[in-house]
Ligand binder design. Sequence first.
Ligand code: ADP
Ligand code: 5GP
Length: 207
Amino acid sequence: MTAKKLGSAIIISGPSGVGKSTVCAKVREAFPELKFSISCTTRKPRPGEVDGVHYYYLSKEEFEKRIANGDFIEYARVFDNIYGTLASEVIDRVMAGEDVFLDIDVQGAIQIQEAAEKNGLLKKVCEFIILAPPSFETLENRLRSRASDSAEQIEMRLAKARYELSFFRKYNYLVVNDDLETAAANVAAIIRCAGLRTDRLPEDYLK
Ligand code: ADP
Ligand code: 5GP
C-alpha cells in the first residue's frame, strides 16, 4: 500500500469576528505538521506579521499582474483590499500528498466550490467548513472585544455576517464556535476524516 494518496484541501470560512484565527491557532497546535495556505494580500502587514509567513504582501499592481497571469484559484475584495489563494499553494501540495488548510472569506470559498465543479482534482480534495457564532449577539460581543473597529464598522461587519452565513448550505460542514476547545476539536475531527476518504486514493491502492 505504497501508492500515493492525494492530500486534502480543508477550507474554513465564516464572518469576520467569528473566531477563525483563534480556532485555526488551536488546530495548528493539534496538527503541527499541517501546512496553511499562505494567501496574497494588498493589505499592509500588521505589527508582528512577516512576509511569506502570514501572507505574501503585494502591491495592487503586482496583485493585478498575477490575476492576469491566472495564478489564483480564487481572489476576492475584502474590506478595501484584495486577497487571493495561489493555485501553487493548493494544487502542488495536494498532488504531493500533503494536506493544506485555507482560511479564506466566504466569497473566496464559493469561487473554489464553483471551480471544483469543473476541475476533477479540486472536487476530489476539497472539504468546506463554515464557522458560525452561537448567536449574532455573541458575534457582536466578539467584534467589540477585539476593539479594532469603530461602531460603524461593527454594524457593517454584522450585516455582512448575516449575508455570509446565509450561504451555509453550500458548505459540507458547519462548526459552531461556542466553546473554543469543542470547535477546534470538531475541525480536527473533520481533518482526520478527510484523510480517510477513498476519493483521495488511487485505483490500485490495495493491489
Ligand atoms: P476572525 O479571525 O474570525 O475575524 P478572531 O479569531 O479574531 O476572529 O476572534 C474574534 C474575537 O473573538 C477575539 O477577541 C477572540 O479572542 C474571540 N473568540 C474567538 N473564539 C472564541 C470563543 N470560542 N469563545 C470566546 N471568545 C472567542
Ligand atoms: P485579515 O486581513 O484579518 O488577515 O483577513 C481578512 C479576511 O480575509 C478574513 O476573513 C480572511 O478569511 C480573508 N482572507 C484571507 N486570505 C484570503 C484569501 O486568500 N482569499 C480570500 N477570498 N479571503 C481571504
